[in-house]
Design a protein around this ligand. Structure first.
Ligand code: FMN
Length: 288
């Protein structure tokens, strides 16, 4: 038995990924972990234009984990294309890279993909559908089945690579929304993104932006429920479980619920070698 698995037609050496936004574009982690040991890495968001991000402080810890409002800060697709993805492809050629894409209009996601798709070195896209649709009063794309269909089908036309949709745990009927994405041509779903939250310190919001997204231990149960519900509705649809993973048992719970791959975010920020230790401890791992 080995840990290798094939998901949406891509072969991974093991099921453990680094979650989007917590590993940058890989370069930031140089030396802190052996990236080629991972099943894969999901990049930080890539948008059409560069984004400076939200006002500091952007992260705060609390008992349940972490709250962040990074604001999808990123250098924009042209610089990611020029500087970031080529570095990963050159330095860590074996690493499976999934590019996380954000957009604020119905066409922006596909435009980002169109500007990256001729590059070698990444194996799939993950669409962060928890972005506000500015032409629809700021309702997030993932909350609206019509917007999901429009975004996914335009992305489908822009690439042959597999497309994963990433959904918020706060949506009322996640299986129906994932089904809309699947019917429009998505190849899998990543469940879940952060959960909206706010905390005070000394009478003032802890984050510069006021509110943010909860990640870490508090999210584990939400993520497992989302994976379990979606896999019941869409059996065999490839799922990436994400949210609150800290142990081998957490990974196995996501797998039990129906995830084929499992991504680690917050726990790896605090302890960059944790993903490697989890891989080493998974049943089926061969020490070599
Ligand atoms: C600092 C930070 C930045 C994040 N940035 C992104 C992002 O750019 N795109 C995205 O889809 N998810 C982003 N996420 C969400 C994570 O990928 C993941 O879904 C979430 O943190 C839950 O996993 P965890 O509990 O293991 O951290 C971010 C999370 C954190 C903590």
């Amino acid at each position: 038995m080995t840990l290798a698995c094939t998901v949406a037609g891509i072969t991974f050496s093991n099921p453990i990924l680094l979650a989007s936004g917590t590993a940058g574009y890989g370069r930031e982690l140089g030396g802190m972990m052996q990236l080629d040991r991972l099943g894969g890495l999901v990049t930080k968001a890539v948008s059409l234009a560069p984004r400076p991000g939200n006002r500091a402080p952007r992260v705060a810890e609390f008992r349940g984990g972490m709250l962040n409002s990074v604001g999808l800060a990123n250098p924009g697709v042209d610089r990611v294309r020029r500087d970031e993805l080529p570095w990963l492809a050159r330095e860590i050629p074996a690493l499976r890279v999934i590019v996380n894409v954000v957009g604020f209009t119905l066409t922006e996601y596909a435009e980002v993909i169109a500007r990256l798709d001729d590059l070698d070195g990444h194996v799939a896209y993950e669409l962060n559908l928890s972005c506000p649709n500015t032409s629809a009063g700021g309702v997030e794309f993932g909350a609206d089945p019509d917007a999901i269909r429009a975004v996914v089908s335009s992305c489908r036309a822009a690439t042959q690579r597999p497309i994963f949709v990433k959904m918020s745990p706060a949506l009322p009927d996640i299986p129906a929304l994932v089904e809309a994405a699947r019917d429009a041509g998505a190849d899998g779903a990543s469940l879940v993104n952060t959960l909206p939250g706010m905390i005070y310190h000394g009478g003032k919001p802890r984050l510069g932006n006021g509110f943010g997204g909860i990640s870490g231990p508090a999210l584990l149960a939400s993520g497992i429920l989302a994976v379990s519900r979606v896999s019941a509705r869409c059996p065999d649809f490839p799922l990436i479980g994400v949210g609150g993973v800290r142990t081998v048992a957490d990974v196995q719970d996501y797998q039990r619920a129906g995830a084929s791959l499992v991504a680690i975010g917050t726990a790896a920020l605090a302890d960059p070698r944790l993903p490697e230790r989890i891989i080493d401890a998974l049943p089926g791992h061969h020490h070599g």
